[in-house]
Design a protein around this ligand. Structure first.
Ligand SMILES: *[C@@H]1O[C@H](CO)[C@@H](O)[C@H](O)[C@H]1NC(C)=O
Ligand SMILES: *[C@@H]1O[C@H](CO)[C@@H](O)[C@H](O)[C@H]1NC(C)=O
Ligand SMILES: *[C@@H]1O[C@H](CO)[C@@H](O)[C@H](O)[C@H]1NC(C)=O
Length: 815
């Protein structure tokens, strides 16, 4: 024990009696804290004032103790403790999220009776389990992250898994009795407005329960119970996540994480923005990666911008909230309260009331009534006559020529979507008719969960209570001496640890999140490709060879010609590619950076590229449809908000590879400049990228480059899939002749469609003759319309990739 060394250093001219007290205090505090680390027994407590008072799970993955949530405010919480984190931890559970306790004299106390209570400053009870046990009880933290109160017989009296806060851990079921409730914000851990629950129809849903209104936003609120693959008939209402990344629910909803199959630290968290996300990380890594999320469009989350506002998304700047014209933000810095009018509207005087038209704006829900086939004037009149009407939606549904009028009583869930065809008319006083597009400033929503969200908030501050003077002095002294000792130990520990950590960091930097991502030597790869003898393709920036790795996996090895790229820069880009993980993206196994050599090692695709398959007529209609869908999925993943944000910039049939089941995998992503949201910089795009034939007009006209450039190229690829014609050089195969540039391909299809006049034989005229009429007419037509939408000149008129996926899924499920 190091304590004995200290007895000599503090052997001053001091009353030995006093010294003995101090010494025993130090000893007992050390002894107690180490004893409490594995279990808390009946009659003992953890104190907020002792930083050593926490429980640790046997393997050390989780810890439970007092966690600071504000100035002098603590919650009893449970967090991931591997790697160790210092007040900047990923909290997975809280006992008293809505009642933080004082940093003085608060305790978590296990009574002999079996009740676990949390006291606030030794006075109020902030939280308790309200349990009784006949046998002695103890509190233990299990390796699963479950905090369990059990008796000596081993019976569970209470467990934290039964009362989750915002996070579900692997093997922790979500049941009919439990729910996840998001926290209020990144920095405020108290209960927020979003919930993940099983509703009374046995369906797992995301629900917004705001101060004024509540509504379901996932799955889509307009879905029928059985739509989206759900089944309302199983009333067991249970869902859970396993450690490999598979989530299953009794309503038939399930998903696999993008990094499924590997044992990682995982958690499903309902974030404060109302999105449920699955996070994963390798043990030892401090950074979480999103491997699934419920909503890809944050603006579709109800209540995200509060009432009287609109949410809009722009891939360059992310999502943002804006007040309606004439409205101002209600509470600075907190959009959940939305906006309030600057004006006072007297209802009776119609002459003083006007309307402002907001294009492409939609408000969900709260329709007073709806009227079909009424003119705009009639709709205005209807709204004027009702004092409750705040404005109205005016739109055509689908392709109908009859307009619909929806007066609204409440303006919530407002969304600006360029692809939305309808308009909204908002009621304002004429005297102050604001210029149509004057919008109150929108603050960035800070939508993506930041890695280091740190609570800064100030909760309650208690006045310190008077204490006994001598006792205080003795305690201070004890702390002082203890402090010296702790510092000595810490210094030694840090010193030992640092050298270890340094070497860890050196190696870890080069091993990105994806497991199995490996660094190869040049000679290894030279050998596996038999001296680069079997060329299988040429793509952007390099030649691809087939090779066989030492573990017998067949690989595609790309020799990059990036002569003067520094190793660090290369590794930085590679590490981003390595983190991208999706079933429709080619898997990258490793890389080599040695001297001037830069190589990438990918999984090998049996069936080669889409281009090759189109020219050899190997694809029937079903395969083509699935390729269109899979490719869209892969691209949507690349573009997804909150994930690593990457533009492909070179989508073409040569870069879409097919596996043994003809499932597509997008390749060559990330070789065009990888874009992280932070340093998106137009100038780095001054050089035109991509391949003639697939490039969006933005490149040519030097307009801002957004994810819509990939949507454009995708549209061209779909037209090729459908027509069998090659946009860049002419036709695939030999059955047709003639050079067709992509513009001509687009114009050809568009003209045929426009001239069709309800006659469907136009499809026959453009589709690939090798299909020989074996296809689904309705789906084919829808797919062509979708492709044409993707190749609109105006980038705002093109859908996002995730929208494309939705539409295709809808088509797929239609029969
Ligand atoms: C939204 O605006 C309406 C009037 O247009 C107002 O009555 C209502 O209080 C506003 N909502 C909030 C939350 O301020
Ligand atoms: C819509 O109203 C107009 C004029 O009131 C009428 O001529 C037309 O038939 C109506 N259309 C439908 C589909 O009801
Ligand atoms: C945190 O949120 C709760 C509930 O909305 C609120 O009462 C409290 O004031 C918030 N704390 C801070 C510091 O904003």
């Amino acid at each position: 024990m190091p304590n004995f060394r200290l007895t000599q250093t503090i052997n001053l001219n001091m009353d030995t009696h006093f010294f003995l007290i101090v010494f025993s205090l130090i000893l007992s505090s050390l002894f107690l804290s180490s004893a409490t680390n594995s279990a808390l027994r009946g009659g003992s407590y953890l104190s907020v004032e002792n930083p050593n008072d926490f429980l640790v799970s046997p393997r050390g993955d989780f810890s439970a103790g007092f966690y600071p949530v504000g100035d002098n405010a603590y919650c009893f919480a449970l967090w991931f403790s591997k790697p160790s984190c210092n007040n900047n931890c990923t909290v997975v559970w809280m006992a008293n999220r809505d009642f933080p306790v004082n940093g003085k004299r608060s305790e978590l106390l296990l009574l002999e009776s079996g009740n676990l209570i949390l006291t606030d400053a030794g006075e109020a009870t902030a939280w308790s389990t309200d349990t009784i046990s006949r046998y002695p009880a103890e509190l233990r933290l299990h390796d699963t992250g479950n905090l369990v109160l059990q008796n000596i017989e081993g019976d569970v009296i209470w467990q934290s898994f039964d009362s989750p806060t915002d996070t579900l851990l692997p093997s922790q079921p979500l049941t009919k009795y439990t729910e996840l409730v998001a926290s209020r914000s990144h920095t405020n851990f108290s209960s927020g407005f979003y919930k993940l629950i099983f509703d009374d129809k046995n369906l797992l849903r995301l629900l917004y329960e705001g101060p004024e209104v509540s509504s379901v936003y996932w799955p889509y609120p307009w879905y029928k119970d059985w739509e989206g693959g759900r089944s309302p008939y199983n009333s067991s209402r249970i869902a859970s996540l396993d450690s490999l990344g598979k989530f299953t629910s009794s309503d038939h909803f399930s998903f696999l994480s993008s990094d499924w199959g590997v044992s990682l630290q995982r958690r499903l968290t309902l974030d404060s923005d109302g999105n449920a996300r699955l996070y994963s990380r390798e043990e030892g890594s401090a950074r979480w990666a999103v491997s699934w999320q419920a909503k890809s469009q944050v603006c579709e989350i109800h209540g995200i911008c509060g009432p009287n506002s609109t949410c809009s998304y722009n891939p360059l700047s992310g999502s943002k909230c804006s007040c309606l014209p004439g409205y101002k933000m209600k509470k600075t810095g907190d959009w959940s309260y939305g906006c309030e009018p600057r004006f006072n509207l007297s209802c009776s005087n119609h002459a003083e009331i006007g309307f402002i038209q907001l294009k492409h704006v939609e408000f969900y829900g709260h329709d007073g009534n709806f009227y079909s086939n009424v003119s705009l004037e009639t709709c205005k009149k209807l709204c004027l006559e009702s004092c409750n009407c705040q404005g109205f939606q005016y739109r055509h549904i689908g392709d109908t020529i009859v307009p619909y009028c929806y007066p609204k009583m409440l303006l919530s869930n407002g969304q600006y979507t360029p692809s939305f065809g309808g308009d909204f008319y908002i009621k304002v006083p004429k005297t102050s008719l604001f210029s149509g597009n004057e919008e109150a400033s929108g603050l960035g929503l800070g939508i993506c969960p930041s890695d280091h969200a740190k609570p800064l908030s100030l909760f309650r501050v208690y006045a310190g209570s008077p204490e006994n003077g001598t006792l205080k002095f003795m305690l201070l002294f004890a702390y002082g001496v203890g402090g010296v000792e702790i510092i000595v130990i810490l210094l030694a520990w840090c010193f030992l640890n640092k050298s270890q950590k340094d070497s860890n960091e050196a190696t870890q930097n080069y091993h990105p999140a994806a497991t199995g991502f490996k660094r190869f030597t040049y000679s290894e790869l030279k050998k596996s490709t038999r001296n680069f003898s079997q060329e299988i393709g040429r793509g952007a920036g390099g030649i691809v060879y087939q090779g066989t790795l030492s573990d017998n996996r067949v690989a595609a090895i790309k020799l990059l010609n990036v002569a003067n790229q520094g190793e660090a820069e290369f590794l930085a880009e590679i590490s981003t590619i390595g983190k991208l993980n999706h079933m429709n993206l080619i898997e990258i196994w490793g890389y080599c950076a040695e001297g001037n050599h830069r190589l990438l090692v990918y999984q090998y695709m049996e069936h080669g590229s889409l281009a090759k398959n189109l020219s050899s007529n190997a694809l029937d209609w079903q395969k083509r449809f699935e390729i269109a869908l899979g490719t869209a999925r892969g691209l949507a993943y690349l573009h997804e908000e909150c994930l690593e944000w990457v533009l492909h910039c070179d989508v073409k049939p040569q870069n879409i590879l097919l596996d043994s089941n003809y499932q597509p995998k997008v390749s060559d992503f990330g070789l065009s400049k990888l874009l992280s949201r932070g340093d998106l910089n137009h100038s780095s795009f001054s050089k035109i990228r991509g391949t003639r034939g697939y490039m969006a007009p933005e490149w040519v006209f030097n307009l801002p480059i957004t994810s819509k450039v990939d949507v454009y190229s995708y549209g061209i690829v779909v037209l090729e899939i459908v027509t069998g014609k090659n946009a860049a050089i002419g036709s695939y195969g030999s059955q047709t002749s003639g050079e067709i540039e992509h513009e001509r391909l687009v114009t050809l299809v568009r003209d045929k469609k426009n001239k069709a006049n309800g006659v469907t034989s136009w499809i026959e005229e453009i589709i690939d003759p090798t299909l020989e009429g074996k296809y689904d007419q309705a789906k084919m037509e829808a797919l062509i319309s979708l492709a044409l939408q993707c190749v609109e000149e105006d980038k705002d008129a093109r859908p996002t990739m995730s929208r494309v996926v939705e539409m295709l899924l809808h088509l797929e499920n239609d029969n």
